[in-house]
Write a protein that binds this ligand. Sequence first.
Ligand SMILES: Nc1ncnc2c1ncn2[C@@H]1O[C@H](COP(=O)(O)OP(=O)(O)OP(=O)(O)O)[C@@H](O)[C@H]1O
Ligand SMILES: [Zn+2]
Ligand SMILES: [Zn+2]
Length: 845
Amino acid sequence: MYRMAKVIVDVPSRETDRPFDYLIPESMSSWIEVGSRVGVPFGRRTVQGFVVSLHEELEMDSSKMKPIDELLDLLPPLPPDLVELAAWMSRKYACSMISALQAMIPSALKGKAERYIHVADEHENEGEQTAEPGVLFGSQALLGPAEREIVGYIHQAGPVTMAHLSGRYPDKVEVIKNLLGQGILFESQAIKDRIRKKTVKTVAAAVSGEAAKEALASFGGKARRQQEVLQFLLEVGVPLSMQEVLSTLRVTAGTVKSLADKGYATITDVEVFRDPYQDRRFKATKPLERTPEQENVYRYLAEAIDSRRQRVFLLHGVTGSGKTEVYLQTIERCISQGRQAIVLVPEISLTPQMVERFKGRFGSKVAVMHSRLSTGERYDEWRKIREGRVQVAIGARSAVFAPFADLGLIVMDEEHETSYKQEETPKYHARDVAVERARQHGAAVILGSATPSLESYHAARSLSSDDFAPMILEMKQRASGSRLPGVQIIDMREELREGNRSMFSRALHQGIAQRIERGEQTVLFLNRRGYSTFVMCRTCGYVAECPECDISLTYHQKSNNLRCHYCGYATPTPTECPECQSEHIRYFGTGTQRVEGELSKLFPGIRVIRMDVDTTSEKGSHEKLLQAFREKKGDVLLGTQMVAKGLDFPEVTLVGVIAADTALNLPDFRSAEKTFQLLTQVAGRAGRHQLPGEVYIQTYMPEHYSIIHSSRHDYHSFVREELQHRKLLHYPPYSRLILVTLSHEQLPVLLRMAENFASELRGKAQRLGWFGDLDRRTAEALDVLGPVASPLPRIKNRYRFQCMVKYRGDLDAVSLVREISAAMMGQLRDASLQISIDVDPQMLM
Ligand SMILES: Nc1ncnc2c1ncn2[C@@H]1O[C@H](COP(=O)(O)OP(=O)(O)OP(=O)(O)O)[C@@H](O)[C@H]1O
Ligand SMILES: [Zn+2]
Ligand SMILES: [Zn+2]
C-alpha cells in the first residue's frame, strides 16, 4: 500500500521547484495515482499540486510529515507518461516542473485555494440538530441575536466562502471576526476549480401504474399545477430537461420541486458536454483514391503505423499536393488499429475549413481545441480525450499534450511555422515534444510542409546524432493536376523611376482591374511583420545592416538611431543613402488600412474584405469574413499572415504581395527563410482549381535569392543557398542558440549582473574546454555574445539585457546555463532579478 507521495506544488519559485513529501491518508490510498491532482498544505496555505511518484516506504518520521488534504479528481488529469514528459521538458528547456505540468492541463483545472468558513466541530458533537444554535455555546459565551443568526445560517448552509458570508451580512464583518476569534467559527481551505462540469437538471416521474393514479387523485385544488406536471411526465414517459417542462407547461421550478418533495418525481443533474460544433453539420467524406505520389508516400506511413515503433517523417509536398488527404488516410489506419492520433496545426490556420475536413471524415471521433473556445468548451473537449471518448485531437501547439492512452500518430502540419514554439514559460517547441511523445508511445510523426524548416530538412539530410533524423517523403505535383501558378516579380524601384509613387505597381493595378471585370477574385497579402522597423532606400533598395552581424538594423524612433539587436552596434539614422546618395531613405512599412484606403481610391466601388488582427478579434469573425469571401461578397481579400495559409477558393485567380521584403529586413537570421516560406504559401493560394492562377510579388529586392527561388517554386535551390549562409555565420542548424534574458528594475544593477553572468558563463565554459571562437574551433565550441540591451529594452518598468549563447556539438549547454543562473539567483537573494532562459529561440526581436 502506498503511504507517501511526492508532490510538485503550484508555487512558482526556484526554491520550490522540487517534489515535496506528503503522507497519503488511508481513505485515498486506493484512488491516488501518479498524475493525480491534490490539495496539500504548504506553509500556512493550501495549494494545488501533482503527484509525481508513490512510495510504500516513508523516508522520514511520519510525525514530521503532513498528509494530503484533498484528492481533486477521480480520474487523474495527467497519465503517467505526461508526468514523465514534464521531467524531460524541464531538463530540455530549463523550465520548472510545475510550469511544464500546468502547460499540459486545461486552464479550467488550474484551481486556486478558496477559504471556507465552518461552524466548529463541538457544535456537531454536543448539539442536537433541532436545538437552538445559541444555546449550544451557552457554557462558553452567551451569543447575541446577530451571532446566533450567522452561526445558524452556516450550520444550515454548510461551509461557505468568506466572500459569500460578507455578501450576505455586509455590516456584520466584525461579528464574524469575533466568532472566528472565539473558535465558534473556523476556516479551512480547499481547492476550487475555475470551471465545473456542466450539468442540466432533468425531471422524471417517480411513480407509475396504480401508484400514479393514486398520486394524481391526491392533489387538491391548490396543487392543480403539480398535478399537470405529473400528468405530463407520465405521458412522456422519459426524463425531460427541467427547462423543457417549465417552458411547455408554463409552471415555476417551485411547482416541480414540490412535486419532487412529495416523492412523485425525481430531479437529477445530468452531465453534458459543451460542444462548440453541436449546431454544425459536417458533410461526410470518403477517402479519395490516392494519386501515384500519395500512394508512394502512404506506403511508408502505413508501414510505420503497423510497426508500432517511433518513426519520424518529413513530408515535403508542394501546396495543393494533397498532404491533408494523406494525413486523413494515415489517421484512419491508426485509429482502425485502436490507437489515437493528434493533428497539430498553427493557430492561424485552424480555420473552419480545416476543422471541416477532419470532422467530415471522422465525425464525432474528433475533439477540436483552439484558443477561441471558451474555457468551459476547451475543458470539455479535453475531457473527451482523457476519458477516451474520441480518437482524434486537432488543435494548435498545446494539443501535443492531448492525454491519449495509446498514441499511434502525431501529424504536424506546416511544421515550419514559428508559432509551434511557445514564447512564454515553458518555452517548448511542439515539434521536439511530438518526437519525444512518439518515442514514449512507439508512434509515428509526420512533419508536413511545402517549405520545411531548415532545421528539419538539415536533420533529415545529415545523418546527424541529433534528437531525430526524419525520413524525407516528397510530393512534387498538385493532386488536382493543376499547375503551380506563374509568379512574376515586380521591381518597385523601377516603378518609382517611372514616376509611379503608388503602393500598387502598374501590373498589379491592371491585374486587379481585370479580375473585377471578369468577376474573379483577388487575394492581396501584406506582411505585417517588420512594420516600420527597418530603414530602406526607395531608390536603390539599400537596407542598413550591422557591420558585424550581417543582420538589418532596427530603427528606434525615440533616439532616432539604428541598432543591432544581436551585438548592440548603433549608428545615427542616415538622411541620405550611403550607396546611391538618394534622399528617399526612410523607415519603411505600410498597414492594411492604408492599402484598403488606396484600393477604394483607385477602384471606386470595390468590395474589400480586410482580414487582420483588428477585424478578427471577435469570436467567429474570422469565419464570417472567409464565408463572405467564398460567397463572392468581396472582390478582394486583403490581409496579413492570416490569408496566407490553407485557404482554398476556386475563384481566386490573382494573388498579389504588396511588399515582399518587409520580413527580409528584420533583425533575424531566419528572415530569408521566413520570406521564402511565406511567399511560397501565398502563391499557393492561386489557381488551385480549373481557373489558372497568377501571382505578382512586389519588391525592392528583386534579386534576393529568397524571392527568386520562391517565384520559381524551387525549395531545393533556396535551401542550398540559405544553408551556405548559415554555415558561414554559424547560425542554426550549424549551431544551437540559448537566449538568456536578465531583467531588473534598476539599470546599473542589471548591467553589473548581466556582465557577471556572461563572464561567469565564459569562465565555466573555458574550464570545461568548451569556450572558443566558432570560426576556429571545429567539432565542439561555445561562444557567448553580449550582454546587450534586449530588443524590448524595458517592459513594465523592468530593464532587460540579454546574452546569446551559441554552441555546437554535444555539449550540455542548457544545464550549464541553468546552473549558473540558479547559482546567481541563490547568492544574490535579490528577488527582483529575473533570469529567463529560451532554448532554441525563434523570436529574436
Ligand atoms: N487523391 C486525390 N484525388 C483527387 N483530389 C485530391 C486528392 N488528394 C487531394 N485532392 C484535392 O486536392 C486539393 C489539395 O489537397 P490538400 O488540401 O490535401 O493539399 P495540401 O498539400 O494539404 O495543400 P496545402 O499545403 O496547400 O494546404 C484539395 O482540393 C483536395 O480535395
Ligand atoms: Zn540608395
Ligand atoms: Zn551586430
